[in-house]
Design a protein around this ligand. Sequence first.
Ligand SMILES: NC(=O)c1ccc[n+]([C@@H]2O[C@H](COP(=O)([O-])OP(=O)(O)OC[C@H]3O[C@@H](n4cnc5c(N)ncnc54)[C@H](OP(=O)(O)O)[C@@H]3O)[C@@H](O)[C@H]2O)c1
Length: 350
Amino acid sequence: MAILNKGVLMKYFRVGILGCGKMGNVYARWFSRNPHCQITSFYNRTFSRAKELAGKYPGTQAKESWQEITDDPHVDIVGICTPSHEHLEQLESSVKSNKHVLCEKPMAGSLPESQRMYDIATETSVKVAIDFQMRFHPVIVKVDELLPRIGEIFHIDFVFGMYRPEITWRHKSIQGGGVLKELGSHLIDLSRHWVGEITAVSAQNQIISPLREVEDYSVSLFEFSNKATGYLSCNYYDRSSRNIIGNLIGSKGQINWQFSSYDPDDSRLRIYTDSGEEDVPIVIPEEVDLVYPGHLNSFGRAIDHFVDCILGDNEPLTGTAEGLRSMQITDASYRSARERKRIKLITQKR
Ligand SMILES: NC(=O)c1ccc[n+]([C@@H]2O[C@H](COP(=O)([O-])OP(=O)(O)OC[C@H]3O[C@@H](n4cnc5c(N)ncnc54)[C@H](OP(=O)(O)O)[C@@H]3O)[C@@H](O)[C@H]2O)c1
């Protein structure tokens, strides 16, 4: 579709959002700020939440079923913000009716479902992306810039913890996994982005809360194709605000970074090289997310990137191949913990 904006004819896309929990609100905020997008509709399992969100965005409607959005010829982009076991069916239906899809991580409820989503995405001309939005966080983008200064990475240490004592859909076995899948998938994606392919995993996962069906404390050791090693710990018991911490150790130096999901001022980065150590300032954008202020504007930048990929007919940075690989590694971690052995992964071409 095209509209006249300040005298210029511009392409625009009509957006339908499935799921009106935290991420549905995040998508609504940032899609509504993209000049090429206009939100048309919201779906939520509990209809009143869809109505409430539609009420905040004039001109939008709440729908009783998600199929009313995925089948709607007046929708161009579907944003999938439902729990992961719902993603496959919603993505398949959206792609069948020729819609571009931005789908939340973790990609799906299981590895076979993820494989199916990858197959669907590779057989279509519409754009499909998995929302590993951390790649767009100002701290992470700065790490990307500084990486050449620390030489070849031979070890990474990553921790992602949150304090989540409540029991929700996240802690049910139908999700196919717990905290590693939910939080760790982001850091698995970043590990691959910075270091290379993960070739083997050894892991231990625990269920601390007896009310949970899936792990809420997870520790994984990774081996990379360049012989680097990685440590990833994820949990729902971290009461500090400093909940995402990374340490990259290279042949010529080291980068320590961190940010919190909730506190914008906790975005920090320090680089150590032979010429000394330096705190690298992070510019906090004027507009930060309202649900996850510590993620700054990364959700918005991920959405803008996705829309740019549609406009320019380019492949999104994190497509279904990245989503699938993250799921393969998560699955290997679960197998390793279950079978108490190191699991080798088949190396993927990069
Ligand atoms: N990219 C990121 O950084 C990021 C951050 C957070 C979450 N996520 C992902 O975003 C997705 C949504 O998470 P969220 O944080 O928005 O969750 P949330 O706030 O808990 O909202 C959950 C949504 O899922 C619905 N739901 C819950 N249980 C369901 C079930 N059994 N069947 C169908 N629908 C169900 C809820 O509907 P009701 O209102 O009816 O309960 C609500 O719409 C997940 O895939 C999550 O992993 C990504």
